[in-house]
Ligand binder design. Structure first.
Ligand SMILES: Cc1cc2nc3c(=O)[nH]c(=O)nc-3n(C[C@H](O)[C@H](O)[C@H](O)COP(=O)(O)OP(=O)(O)OC[C@H]3O[C@@H](n4cnc5c(N)ncnc54)[C@H](O)[C@@H]3O)c2cc1C
Length: 469
């Protein structure tokens, strides 16, 4: 099928109004970090699973590659087309319904294009909690969250997106519909197909709906900030908090001095409750009794931490508004980094016991090899996940600096990650950004199995070619 014929087939599948070929498709062709720019043959916006299946069949008949896109907030260049002008962007944003909430089963079923925040709000309206939360939640979609196996700020207690998902509906690369929308917590009937699609970054199938676990809403949430002299102290505080609060500890975020300095510079209106410190930790507790109970538990914990010299200062939020303000500062870090300009991001995970050694060794090696770089370090310490980012030296043209040094900086950081038994992608995925690193660093046996799965499920290499593998 030639280009025009594919477009006709796509128009027949979803209606001419939902096949966009106009000049300004930049919202679909440029990634959130503005690092990748592609060109689409067309942007197709189906309204139902049947229409998605028809689109995939039309593309399959002509060998036209498909890039599935949700909210386009991904950070590894996997959600936009390549520059060839031959790939179709399959945008699921019209499929944005919450299909059902089963309160007795503690599950909800949503379309894949449902925005995460809308799904959270629907659960909340029934007194229930969808325990997935990330700074992009106002734009990212359930399909994108599952395709990237997103993490976020509540993994410590509830697990990442994979652990929130009980069932999926998927359009396969052959254009067939697999209805696996089960709300079962136990189902040992062979291979866990659901888990193959989760984290596959749009390379194995198109997720069109999901059944997600819900939890009772906590009665109260309480947030605290603590200032610490060292990262080691933050790791010790984590252990103390886990022992003292148990499952009530739902968040433990660490923020380095430079990370919060960027927020001060770019968002001065966002007041920070503590003065600058080497490290600041944000702790969150979800309590099943009351706000007063949560606050008292925090105060006890922080007193012990002060006595042991782990923390030098602390602030406990005394209202929901204060809690929100503390989280707002944490969530502003990626935005402040984006405002500061291009930087070299590393979304890595490490055994928590190795984090201090990793940071000490890697900071020193980076500053030796790349004098003047600013290390912007923050992340989900409770999950062993650091956003270990390298900002070019002051006064240097950032784009040119990245061009000259990014490969060498990445090698140094990822060699150190490997040496400390970590992972080069904790939660953002591989996409285009880390594809070549993965090929070099993942075990050849694992890679061979991944390629075999890709060939079996997508023999035409139709779905997101060139990403991940
Ligand atoms: C400010 C900010 C903060 C963030 N914080 C976090 C964080 O804390 N934790 C975290 O894990 N991530 C975080 N992210 C990145 C995260 O990956 C995304 O925000 C989110 O999970 C992607 O959802 P999306 O709908 O935007 O997907 P997109 O960006 O549109 O797509 C991402 C990938 O999923 C695929 N995909 C999308 N929808 C489907 C589908 N229906 N079926 C199959 N494949 C699909 C795409 O092809 C692509 O490979 C953050 C991003 C931003 C911008």
């Amino acid at each position: 099928m030639a280009g025009a014929a594919v477009l006709d087939a796509l128009r027949a599948a979803v209606g001419a109004a939902h096949v966009r070929v106009d000049d300004d498709l930049s919202a679909y062709e440029v990634d959130w970090r503005k690092r990748y720019r592609g060109r689409a043959l067309a942007v197709v916006r189906p309204a139902s699973t049947a229409e998605v299946a028809a689109v995939v069949r039309a593309c399959g008949a002509s060998g036209t590659p498909i890039v599935t896109q949700g909210g386009n907030t991904g950070l590894v260049g996997a959600s936009i087309p390549d520059p060839s002008g031959t790939q179709v962007v399959l945008s699921l944003t019209r499929m944005n319904r919450v299909r059902a909430i089963d309160a007795a089963n503690l599950t909800m079923t949503t379309d894949a294009g449902c925005v995460l925040q809308a799904a959270q709000e629907a659960a909340e309206s029934q007194g229930l909690l969808l325990a997935l939360s990330l700074a992009a939640e106002g734009s990212c979609t359930i399909g994108g969250n599952l395709a990237t196996n997103a993490g976020g700020t509540q993994v410590l207690r509830y697990g990442n997106a994979r652990e929130q998902c009980l069932g999926l509906e998927v359009v396969t690369a052959a254009g067939e519909i697999w209805d696996g929308l089960s709300g079962l917590r136990k189902d040992n009937t062979g291979y866990a197909l659901r888990d193959l699609y989760i984290g596959s970054e749009g390379t194995l199938g198109v997720i069109t709906a999901a059944t997600l676990k819900l939890h009772p809403q906590p009665v109260a949430r309480c947030t605290a900030l603590a200032a610490l002299p060292t990262l080691d102290a933050a790791v010790a505080l984590l252990q103390l908090a886990q022992a003292g609060l148990g499952a009530a500890l739902t968040g433990f975020e660490v923020m380095g001095r430079q990370a919060l300095a960027l927020v001060r510079a770019h968002f001065p209106q966002r007041a920070q409750a503590l003065p600058p410190a080497e490290w600041t930790v944000l702790l969150e507790q979800s309590d099943s009794e009351s706000a007063a109970h949560a606050q008292a538990a925090f105060e006890t914990l922080l007193e012990v931490a002060l006595t042991r010299g782990l923390i030098s200062d602390a602030a406990v939020a005394s209202s929901a508004a204060q809690s929100k303000a503390m989280w707002h500062v944490r969530e502003s870090i990626p935005l402040a980094q984006a405002a500061q300009g291009p930087n070299i991001k590393h979304d890595i995970s490490l055994p928590i016991s190795a984090i201090t050694r990793f940071v000490t060794a890697t900071d020193a090696a980076l500053l030796r090899s790349f004098p003047g770089v600013r290390l912007v370090n923050f992340g989900h310490l409770g999950d062993g996940n650091l956003h270990y980012n390298v900002q070019p030296p002051d006064g240097v043209e950032a784009a040119a600096y990245l061009q000259a040094h990014e490969t060498a900086v990445n090698k140094l950081v990822y060699d150190s990650v490997d040496a400390h038994a970590g992972s080069i992608s904790a939660e953002h995925g591989i996409g285009a950004l880390k594809r070549d690193e993965l090929a070099q660093r993942k075990s050849p046996v694992a890679l061979a199995q991944m390629r075999a799965i890709k060939r079996a499920l997508d023999p035409q290499n139709l779905l997101n070619p060139g990403r991940l593998l």
